[in-house]
Design a protein around this ligand. Structure first.
Ligand code: RTP
Length: 157
């Protein structure tokens, strides 16, 4: 479950509890799927405190860290954790999602279209190859990520 496989990248995308509560699951999946990316892992999960703290480990010193971890782990709604695969999916995923602060997120991006608050910005996406590799390993067992082919990949050959 690494970030790349034969030059094809994988990234970790998670719909946060606020996105699930707001009914954005199908919309998020649709945008990645229609773009051309391949869903190779998906599950609903209420992360443990340990998992959420490790995922957001680089934000430990920030004032919103504790509230962020509490919110992610509250179980008021699960997180929809996903692994998406395809060319440039890490950077393209960040574009599809939009800027962290909804005020800076362009209309047409998920955050730009559907969110108004940085603390409730609906979705997460890995920001680099390194974090994609770490995050996929953190959230998914190897057996939960699948290799499969689109039919059109078969047709081209
Ligand atoms: P993410 O990891 O969730 O994709 O977000 P990001 O890289 O775009 O942004 P980052 O700076 O890593 O922040 C991670 C998440 O922390 C929450 N946050 N809350 N209340 C606040 O001021 C605040 N600032 C950041 C957001 O949920 C952000 O996505």
């Amino acid at each position: 479950a690494a970030g790349t496989k034969g030059g094809i990248e994988r990234t970790f995308i998670a719909i946060k509890p606020d996105g699930v509560q707001r009914g954005l699951v199908a919309e998020v999946i649709n945008r990645f799927e229609r773009k051309g990316y391949k869903l190779v892992g998906i599950k609903a999960i209420v992360p443990s405190k340990e998992l959420a703290e490790e995922h957001y480990g680089d934000l430990k010193a920030r004032p919103f860290y504790k509230g962020l971890v509490n919110y992610m782990t509250s179980g008021r709604a699960p997180v929809i954790a996903m692994v998406w695969e395809g060319p440039d999916v890490i950077r393209q995923g960040r574009r599809i999602i939009g800027a962290t602060n909804p005020l800076d997120a362009e209309p047409g991006s998920i955050r730009g279209d559907y969110t108004i608050s940085v603390g409730r910005n609906a979705i997460h996406g890995s920001d680099s190859f390194e974090s994609a590799t770490i995050e996929i390993g953190l959230w998914f067992k190897p057996t939960e990520v699948f290799d499969w082919k689109f039919t059109h990949e078969e047709w081209i050959i």
